[in-house]
Design a binder for this molecule. Structure first.
Ligand code: 5GP
Length: 190
């Protein structure tokens, strides 16, 4: 019996600080065949981040326009900034039959599931709560207030694991990337 190989949208989500962007950076480097959506955000770039690579860094007015013109597949406000997925690029890649990966927050993941029920939601879980706190505090680029807000968001996000199709525990970036790639490219079911 032939196994159906059907590229579809995969959404990687999970609490802030769990290591989603590290996994995505690793995927970008080691598995360039996976197309990664680049989100628009009103957040200011962190050191080393480049426009068009990690994000499209836009102003509030520009973000308003993206929403008004229906150009975002989903968007959400997170810790005082707005983030959204440009719709057209995602649809084009899916139409071309390429595996597509989004790395977005929980609110965005829910919106994608709603508008594209065939998408697969993957929850990236920390090995433990203590480890998550350590990672959030250790990044060293955020103020105490921002860390506080992110921990509050993480508490809510951890409780949402059951809404997801699959959980991957972030024990190592290599293992998670391998598992993610396998999920995206091999199976026909969930
Ligand atoms: P950061 O500021 O650390 O890069 O990202 C903060 C949060 O925003 C992360 O949880 C990240 O997954 C999420 N995020 C990044 N891009 C998007 C997007 O396009 N849409 C949504 N809903 N969340 C996003």
């Amino acid at each position: 019996m032939a196994v159906e190989v059907r590229p579809r949208l995969t959404v990687l989500s999970g609490p802030s600080g769990v290591g989603k962007s590290t996994v995505v950076a690793h995927m970008r480097k080691v598995h360039p065949e996976v197309w990664l959506s680049v989100s628009a955000t009103t957040r200011k770039p962190r050191p080393g981040e480049r426009h068009g690579v990690q994000y499209f860094f836009v102003g509030d007015d520009e973000f308003d326009k993206l929403i008004a013109n229906g150009e975002l597949l989903e968007w959400a406000e997170f810790a005082g900034n707005r983030y959204g997925t440009p719709r057209q690029a995602v649809l084009e890649r899916l139409a071309a039959g390429e595996p597509v990966l989004l790395e977005i927050d929980l609110q965005g993941a829910r919106q994608v599931k709603e508008s594209m029920p065939d998408s697969r939601l993957v929850f990236l879980a920390p090995p433990s709560w203590d480890e998550l706190v350590r990672r959030l505090t250790g990044r060293g680029t955020e103020s105490a207030e921002v860390i506080e807000r992110r921990l509050a968001a993480a508490t809510v996000e951890l409780a949402a694991e059951s809404e997801f199709d699959t959980t991957l525990v972030n024990t190592s970036v290599e293992d998670v990337s391998r598992e993610l790639l396998a999920l995206m490219t091999v199976s026909s079911g969930k």
